[in-house]
Design a protein around this ligand. Structure first.
Ligand code: UD1
Length: 421
């Protein structure tokens, strides 16, 4: 397995370009299952999770071609097997996103339950209950969700908890249901809005995406379309923190500043000068050490759980004490134990972490445990004395496109060390 070797101490400076958003590309790829014609998707990030989703579509019988610069064309008319096996769902929870489209389009779907996950229980009960509300018959057999419906019927669904992929699954299913579906307490994430944009391009009738009430008028069929995935706000935020943590100046181009309000607010609190244009964001720390910030994660537009670990790294070297409260996932603190190995002073009590900033971290071998945790270890490595070796970076490859190359463009001393197969 490959590892990353980071030598700390360089103040990052320069520009990088944001990639397409993983969490928008995955549901949009799944949505292509609904269309009667080819769906061409642009700005798809080249990531392991995307490759997994493309593999899943292909395995089910869809024709998938990947063109220049990751333009992906999916022709899903020939689906022969509406089935997502455990081997794939196990490696990527977001495979659950094929459940709604398969059921709506083919009247049947068998998708493996995702199983345990490193960042908490993460059940899919709300996906299942929502599909049942739309008239599906769902049974759980040998670890598989087996859903059937001749034709889904529109319904009013009140989600008990705000769930991103749950909202997406139900919105996709409802596009081909008979009549009107109303999803209340829907997730408002920009990726939900992007998926709605793609479904609308296919001819779906959706209003309210981006608010907590989404209304879908079901259609008889959806057509093929062309669509561009929006920029990745979490990748953007990660590079901005890389600038701030090293006291540097980093500009991210090709991004959406309006999707990062909560994150930019925290970077300003940390003492960074933040400037934005229509499609760029610059963070300038002017050589200063960041100030500690308090973070409380919650669904969009509040501070994203997917940026929590990166800010934990920032707090680890900041001036003062920062408190982090994780309200979305109960067990998303694995990175804190690894940050401790680099010298961070962290105490954890339930869902609250208190981080007392230290003047310097020192390089050590650490292990990536999940996607964003891995990014936080790389960020910490950028400011640690000496060399930090981060093992198990396949997690990073799941969600960051050319991570070490982009950090290298900003001056970071980072290299991938190929492991034994
Ligand atoms: C998505 C994102 C992930 C992000 C998360 C929260 C994708 C592919 N992944 O994950 O990067 O960290 O949103 O912003 O978009 N829950 C239930 N029952 C359900 C579904 C969810 O109890 O049926 C709970 C979860 O355990 C969690 C909370 O709801 O506590 C939010 O999870 P959810 O929004 O569903 O996360 P994902 O969609 O899996």
């Amino acid at each position: 397995m490959d590892s990353l070797q980071v030598t700390g101490g360089v103040r990052l400076a320069g520009e990088v370009r944001a990639s397409g958003a993983k969490n928008a590309a995955l549901p949009i790829l799944a949505a292509s299952l609904l269309a009667d014609g080819p769906v061409t998707i642009g700005n798809v990030p080249h990531l392991r999770d995307v490759t997994t989703m493309i593999g899943l579509l292909g395995r089910m019988g869809a024709g998938v071609t990947v063109g220049d610069r990751m333009q992906v064309e999916v022709e899903a008319r020939g689906i022969t097997e509406p089935f997502a096996p455990y081997e794939l769902v196990r490696t990527m929870r977001a495979s659950i996103l094929v459940l709604g489209p398969l059921l709506a389009r083919h009247g049947e779907a068998r998708v493996s339950l995702p199983g345990g996950c490193a960042i908490g229980a993460r059940p899919v009960d709300l996906h299942v209950a929502g599909l049942e509300a739309l008239g599906a018959e769902v049974s759980i057999e040998s670890g598989y969700i087996h859903a059937r419906a001749r034709r889904l019927e529109g319904a009013r669904i009140v989600l008990e908890t705000v769930t991103v992929t749950g909202t997406e699954n139900l919105m996709m299913a409802a596009t081909l249901a008979r009549g009107r579906t109303v999803i209340e307490n829907a997730a408002r994430e920009p990726e939900v809005v992007d998926l709605a944009g793609c479904l609308q391009a296919m001819g779906a009738a959706i209003t309210g995406a981006g608010t907590d009430t989404i209304v879908i008028e079901g259609r008889e069929r959806l057509a093929g379309c062309s669509y561009e995935v929006l920029p990745d706000r979490i990748e953007t935020g990660t590079f901005l923190v890389a600038g701030a943590i090293t006291g540097g100046c980093v500009r991210v181009r090709g991004t959406r500043p309006d999707h990062l309000d909560a994150v930019l607010g925290k970077l300003r609190e940390a003492g960074a000068a933040v400037t934005t244009g229509v499609d760029w964001i610059e963070v300038d720390m002017q050589g200063r050490r960041p100030l500690a910030v308090d973070i409380r994660t919650a669904p969009y537009p509040a501070f994203p759980t997917d940026m929590q670990a990166q800010f934990a790294a920032l707090d680890a070297v900041a001036e003062g004490v920062g408190t982090i409260v994780e309200t979305v996932f109960e067990n998303r603190y694995m990175h804190l134990l690894e940050l401790r190995r680099l010298g961070a002073e962290v105490s954890l009590d339930g869902r609250t972490a208190v981080i007392r900033g230290v003047e310097r971290l020192s390089g050590a071998p650490v292990m990536a445990t999940d996607l964003r945790a891995s990014a936080s270890l790389v960020l910490a490595g950028l400011v640690a004395e000496g060399t930090t070796d981060i093992a198990r970076i396949y997690h990073i490859d799941r969600g960051y496109e050319r991570f070490e190359e982009k950090l290298g463009q900003l001056g970071a001393v980072i290299r991938r060390v190929p492991g034994r197969a």
